[in-house]
Write a protein that binds this ligand. Structure first.
Ligand SMILES: C[S@@+](CC[C@H](N)C(=O)[O-])C[C@H]1O[C@@H](n2cnc3c(N)ncnc32)[C@H](O)[C@@H]1O
Length: 225
């Protein structure tokens, strides 16, 4: 097992912080009930199905994916910058059936060597990171050639009305209320622009039969480095 190698901070730049105590409390509650009652648990199973080898997960939150990694996964290295969520992720990691190491850090500067992972997992996180291109470049760096990126993200709507609402929310209250989340990002285009090849994905609304929320349009799929 190769231990993760911390990436040194860029010279002269203060260490970036993610500290959202109110959002962290809120997310720790609603994410569990969304998994159990809102169908997210089944989507996490789909996201992680068939993974093998060493996996890096970015922005792991309270670690809800950990219990769902298949037995073929030999190690999960999870990066989570928010202190409260990271503590919950560490607890979830101890309960998981596969070995999980939770590290502090930002997905824009992953504490890992190049080519060290067979797969990377991003669930509900590209909406929140500071720089999607930097994060995807980091994921390409730490994945081996042919390694998989598994993603489950909410995204910009295909309908102009909701897309306009999403852009308005992103410029105003949404990131402030929801820990830096943006509703109008376009993860599929960003993944391709970063040089990944889309292998398969599906687009759907969450909830599938219910009110159409700013976070309803979702994509779940696989891209290859
Ligand atoms: C909506 S939560 C999703 C958590 C988890 N991935 C899940 O599927 O439930 C977004 C997570 O991204 C984390 N995050 C925010 N900025 C980040 C960054 N730059 N790098 C890595 N994680 C980040 C947050 O602390 C939070 O845990």
């Amino acid at each position: 097992m190769t231990p993760p190698v911390p990436t040194p901070p860029r010279p002269g730049s203060p260490a970036p912080r993610v500290h959202h105590p109110l959002f962290a409390r809120f997310y720790a509650r609603v994410s569990v009930s969304a998994d159990e009652r809102g169908g997210l648990g089944a989507l996490r199973e789909e996201l992680l199905s068939g993974l093998t080898g060493r996996v890096i997960e970015i922005g792991a939150g309270n670690g809800l994916n950990f219990a769902r990694y298949p037995a073929g996964v030999t190690e999960v290295v999870a990066v989570e910058p928010e202190p409260r969520l990271r503590r919950l992720a560490e607890e979830a990691g101890r309960r998981a059936a596969v070995p999980v190491t939770v590290l502090p850090g930002m997905a824009e500067a992953l504490p890992a060597e190049g080519g060290a992972f067979d797969a990377a997992v991003a669930s509900l996180v590209l909406c929140t990171v500071r720089s999607v291109p930097e994060v995807l470049a980091e994921l390409r760096r730490v994945l081996r050639p042919g390694g998989e990126l598994r993603f489950f993200e909410h995204c910009v709507a295909g309908t102009p009305g909701l897309a306009r609402v999403q852009r308005g929310l992103d410029r105003t209250v949404w990131p402030l209320l929801f820990g830096g989340c943006h509703t109008s990002r376009a993860p599929l285009a960003a993944i391709e622009e970063a040089g990944f090849t889309l292998v398969s994905y599906r687009a759907f609304d969450l909830p599938e039969n219910g009110p159409r929320l700013p976070t309803s349009p979702c994509v779940l799929g696989v891209a290859r480095r």
